[in-house]
Design a protein around this ligand. Structure first.
Ligand code: NAD
Length: 356
């Protein structure tokens, strides 16, 4: 089969981790006889430096014409002085919005091979951690009205958190559908004791849950959820939450799985085009040093094969190759301990490719 993939490498470690993911995809293509056509396009700081804007029209067109999008990361200190709309990160927010990618799916799995890289005690980890964060991605405070203005006591700034029922219904349905294929439990995280938008969130999620009686629904305040993730992560199956809470909680979940360099994500909407990216950022502190972990991006490719192309065997092949390399004790620096063999970004990519 033929697939067109838009490749947005972005900034910092984006290009280095994407290059490894493309190697893996190439190998899958050869093994299973698929043709993957890659079209590169600019986004973020890289696009600002080349054409003066964070999301050029050409990139939007290439993404719209593709079957799926693979993205590295955007941003970095070089562009930190730019105003909000002009920043690299805004390019990513815009493409998610343009393609209506409202559901961000972030599986956080602690591979047993990485137990030592998890900062939690063995008795808390138990037989492992397998959580799926379902984060609303195109609404809430990141997209609400925002401004800085002169006030009575100097400058004042605001960002509005706002959700409507339709936005909550569709993301809640996504979470319940995913839970049905997993352990049938959804914990909806909000701040309904304080925020009006959270009270609508909770009421609407309760309504949606009536159609999913086989799935257990619990509600949890975000402050408690952040504590419970450390205290008893095994209680979670699917976490359903808003844009900002999901952003924060999934980074926390990433740490209990060993490293932010391990976590993939899929952003899906009503259309057919999915966007796949690691949850980490551009990691400017290690960019260009060949020491970033490419596994999050490689696992994002597995999610692409599964969710966008319906290629389950190929997705599993990649996931098994990752486990295989980890069980042979190869590690990038972020998941390294004294009993393992340290490898570079490129070596990790090649090792995974060879195991396919
Ligand atoms: P970050 O995720 O880039 O880095 C946080 C820490 O994790 C750093 O110490 C980094 O070295 C480490 N890290 C991240 N990915 C790693 C990997 N694959 N392997 C090994 N270590 C890894 O977050 P940050 O430092 O807060 O942000 C840096 C820049 O990235 C900022 O400009 C931010 O806006 C941007 N950002 C972009 C995205 C995105 O493109 N989706 C997401 C988050 C942050």
């Amino acid at each position: 089969m033929d697939f067109n993939i838009a490749v947005l490498k972005g900034d910092g470690i984006g290009p280095e981790v994407i290059n490894q993911a493309l190697l893996v995809l190439d190998k899958i293509g050869k093994k299973y006889n698929h043709q993957f056509d890659f079209k590169e396009a600019l986004i973020g700081g890289q696009a600002i430096d080349t054409v003066g804007e964070n999301l050029p029209k050409e990139t939007i067109d290439i993404c719209k014409e593709s079957d799926a999008i693979l993205l590295g990361a955007v941003g970095g200190p070089k562009w930190d002085g730019l105003s909000g709309e002009k920043r690299p990160e805004k390019g990513l927010l815009k493409i998610r919005k343009i393609l209506n990618l409202y559901a961000n799916i972030r599986p956080a799995i602690l591979f047993k091979e990485l137990k030592k890289a998890c900062p939690l005690k063995d008795e808390i980890i138990g037989d492992g951690i397998d959580i799926c964060v379902v984060r609303e991605l195109t609404g809430g405070i990141y997209f609400g009205e925002k401004a800085t203005r002169e006030g009575k006591n100097g400058k004042e700034a605001y960002d509005v958190e706002s959700y409507n029922e339709q936005e909550i219904i569709r993301i809640a349905k996504t979470a319940f559908e995913i839970a049905r294929k997993r352990n049938k439990k959804v914990v909806s995280v909000d701040k309904a004791n304080v925020l009006e938008s959270s009270r609508l969130w909770r009421k609407t999620v309760n309504e949606v849950s009536k159609k999913y009686e086989d799935v257990i629904l619990e509600h949890m305040y975000v402050d408690n959820a952040s504590m419970q993730l450390i205290k008893n992560p095994q209680q979670f199956d699917v976490i359903l939450t808003s844009n900002m809470f999901g952003d924060i909680l999934s980074d926390e979940a990433s740490m209990i799985t060993g490293s932010i360099g391990m976590l993939p994500s899929a952003s899906l909407g009503e259309g057919n085009i999915g966007l796949y990216e690691p949850i980490h950022g551009s990691a400017p502190d290690i960019a260009g040093q060949n020491k970033s972990n490419p596994i999050a991006t490689i696992l994002s490719v597995a999610m692409m094969l599964r969710h966008s192309f319906d290629l389950e065997d190929e997705a599993k092949d990649i996931e098994n190759a990752v486990v295989n390399v980890l069980s042979n004790n190869y590690r990038t620096i972020d998941i390294m301990d004294d009993k393992n063999k340290l490898v570079t970004t490129n070596e990790m990519g090649s090792l995974i490719m060879e195991k396919i």
